[in-house]
Design a protein around this ligand. Structure first.
Ligand code: WT7
Length: 637
């Protein structure tokens, strides 16, 4: 019996048990029955977490776009694949059918080929949330080029670092972007980035806002005229199961962002299977994930997962506050959205606006409400449940990561009873472990510790681009033979999981994963700064916001401090992007350090959260006196 569509709790447990006792048989069946293969695999799974090395469906041949597009054409050709809702509500929505998607992807793929892009080449995509973003991604996959999407809110510096790290040959971008009432000079930012990227030979520019832009002779070309002459037929490149499909960067606690590499077959199988079940997607549903395709959520659950299931997936160009805070609900009503997947930070921002606006809209089409990106707090959970779901749509609090490729711990709606703030049960095939600080697995219920996964799943990232050693150190060295997630978690009395947050130096701001080190590096570039440390502190809307402790070379006049605050935030914005700006900056005479010179962020975290009653043991500090000083001056800021 196929477990492709899980319909009740008994079936979930059956499938789960089988996925643990006979993982290879389990995944062999899922993969055989629901996808299009040019050749079947020689082995389902080979793995060794000590290397680490994982292969799924080794030897199989396929193209993911045949699975996401071509195979639907005979039955679903006229069905809407991508439903594009523009930034401006007055502009008409676009219904792109599977047939049209096929033609547009093929044309784009042929343009890429004409421009000399071949299997294995890296193509950077820096495009706002317009249909061409999804189409570029799929066009790369069609010809076996490895896409590296960079979120269009990132700065020139962040873009150039990512382009160079992956050695991209081509950049796809747009003349600009609409974002609420603003327009963004995307091409200008790209031009600035490209000054540092000698490897980029060609740039394709999509016209979106009709801006006057610079076109560099011999490098830049408008996409539209190239598409006119391109054929709408393109034979797909036949890929190996383990050929890289894409690179996507995520922040680490130190150093460069990590280019996570996802490969083809396992990623396809797992994202499709989780999409089907975590959203209980059925044929006539309209599914909407509000994320940007610049993040993993968009890759897996706007593009690949939904399209592999022949779904209608909404792409929204704008922001929740434009033209007013009713926009999300306007879109739900207008397109009769059945599944709505968003982030706690958006839920909190909308909740702050009250419920008057919501009452103007008919939200009765909603069946499933998803949440992802950070722990959802109890208040937001109830607000979402009461006011959006009207207590009848289950909340799917789905925990996963860029590295995991797909949803890992989640309720299955209408199957798993939900519990506020709990991601509930592992998805089928996922074997979590909660570990104590000494590396011992905590068995049984009512335990709390570090969250690891002890067995491979099909969509685990296979490496960090160009740095397998770092991949090993980051994820596989803290605990033997386990993937370490960087999150803390607890398992309650019935075995439900609650994610308690990051245990490393990654801070999640408005659902964006930010490493402290790159931000500190940006701050330290300021000539007046001697040293800095960033911590997160609780924030009503963003979940966490950033608090910076900064020591100046010369503390000087405090009248200069406001000017410095502005300059420092500008630097951060230039180096990383506006999302990484600090909410609070405190200038201090020093930072609490251990004897080995490590900044004790634990203490800084407590001060930032105004929780100084119990600072714990500070006796190991080199300079314990600084703590009181920081507390007193914090009260003044
Ligand atoms: C980190 C991964 C995967 C989608 C977007 C974020 C946090 C994600 C949840 C959740 C609690 C969550 C974790 C994780 N996180 N979803 N439902 N409950 N925490 O991807 O940028 O790679 O961030 O986001 O801390 O490690 P990402």
């Amino acid at each position: 019996m196929s477990h492709y569509h899980i319909k009740d709790l008994e079936q979930y447990y059956q499938a789960y048990r089988k996925s643990v006792s006979d993982p290879e048989i389990f995944w062999d069946e899922i993969a055989s029955d629901h996808f299009l293969w040019r050749k079947k695999w020689d082995s389902v799974l080979e793995w060794d977490f000590s290397k680490p090395e994982v292969t799924w469906f080794k030897g199989a041949k396929l193209n993911i776009t045949e699975n996401c597009i071509d195979r639907h054409l005979t039955t679903l050709g006229d069905k809407t694949a991508i439903l594009f809702e523009p930034n401006n509500p007055e502009e008409a929505a676009q219904h792109i059918t599977y047939k049209e998607l096929s033609q547009r992807v093929n044309k784009f793929a042929n343009v890429l080929k004409q421009q000399g892009i071949k299997k294995g080449d890296r193509v950077c995509i820096y495009v706002p949330m317009i249909p061409e973003l999804a189409i570029s991604v799929l066009a790369c996959a069609r010809i076996g080029a490895i896409h590296s999407v960079v979120f269009a809110g990132f700065s020139a510096a962040a873009l150039s670092t990512r382009i160079n790290d992956a050695d991209c040959k081509m950049l796809i971008t747009a003349d600009g972007a609409y974002r609420g009432a603003k327009t963004i000079d995307l091409k200008g930012i790209a031009d600035q980035a490209l000054e540092l990227c000698p490897g980029v030979a060609s740039v394709l520019v999509i016209k979106r806002i009709d801006a006057e832009i610079n076109m560099k002779q011999g490098r830049d070309q408008w996409l539209a005229p190239l598409l006119v002459n391109a054929s709408d037929q393109c034979v797909p490149e036949i890929m190996d199961a383990e050929d890289p499909l894409f690179i996507l960067y995520t922040s680490g606690s130190t150093g460069m962002p990590k280019g996570m590499v996802h490969t083809t077959a396992g990623y396809m199988v797992y994202t499709a299977y989780t999409f089907k079940n975590a959203f209980q997607y059925t044929e006539d549903d309209v599914y909407w994930c509000t994320a940007d395709i610049g993040w993993i959520t968009g890759h897996s659950y706007i593009v690949y997962g939904p399209l592999a299931n022949g779904a209608t997936t909404v792409m929204f160009e704008g922001v929740p506050s434009y033209p007013d805070y009713g926009r999300f609900w306007d879109i739900v009503q207008k397109h009769k959205v059945s599944q709505f997947y968003t982030a706690p930070t958006a839920i909190r921002a909308l909740a702050k606006e009250g419920t008057d606006l919501i009452d103007h809209y008919d939200l009765s089409s909603l069946k499933v409400l998803g949440s992802v990106g950070e722990p959802i707090n109890e208040e937001a959970w109830h607000w979402y449940n009461d006011h959006i779901g009207k207590k009848k749509s289950p909340i799917v609090d789905s925990w996963w990561q860029t590295e995991t490729g797909g949803i890992m711990i989640t309720p299955i709606p209408y199957v798993t009873p939900t519990k506020p703030t709990y991601a509930t049960l592992p998805f089928i095939g996922i074997q979590p472990a909660i570990m104590d600080e000494n590396g011992k697995e905590l068995i049984g219920n009512r335990v709390e510790g570090r969250l690891c996964i002890k067995y491979p799943w099909p969509s685990i990232a296979r490496t960090i681009w160009g740095n397998h050693q770092r991949y090993k150190e980051t994820y596989f060295s803290l605990f033997d033979n386990m993937y370490f997630t960087g999150d803390g978690a607890l398992r309650d009395e019935v075995g439900y999981y609650r994610i308690t947050g990051r245990v490393d130096d990654v801070i999640i701001v408005s659902g964006h994963n930010l490493g402290t080190a790159p931000i500190e590096d940006a701050i330290n570039e300021h000539p007046a700064v001697a040293e800095s440390a960033i911590v997160g502190f609780p924030h009503d809307i963003k979940g966490s916001a950033l608090y910076g402790y900064i020591t100046l070379k010369d503390n000087g006049e405090s009248s200069h401090h406001d000017k410095l605050r502005k300059e420092i935030n500008q630097l951060i914005s230039d180096r990383i992007g506006p999302i990484a700006k600090l909410d609070k900056i405190q200038f201090t005479d020093g930072l609490p350090k251990t004897r080995s010179g490590k900044i004790m962020r634990r203490i800084l975290r407590k001060i930032a959260s105004n929780d100084t009653a119990n600072l714990g043991d500070i006796s190991t500090l080199l300079n314990p006196e600084i703590v009181q000083e920081i507390i007193s001056s914090a009260l003044e800021t």
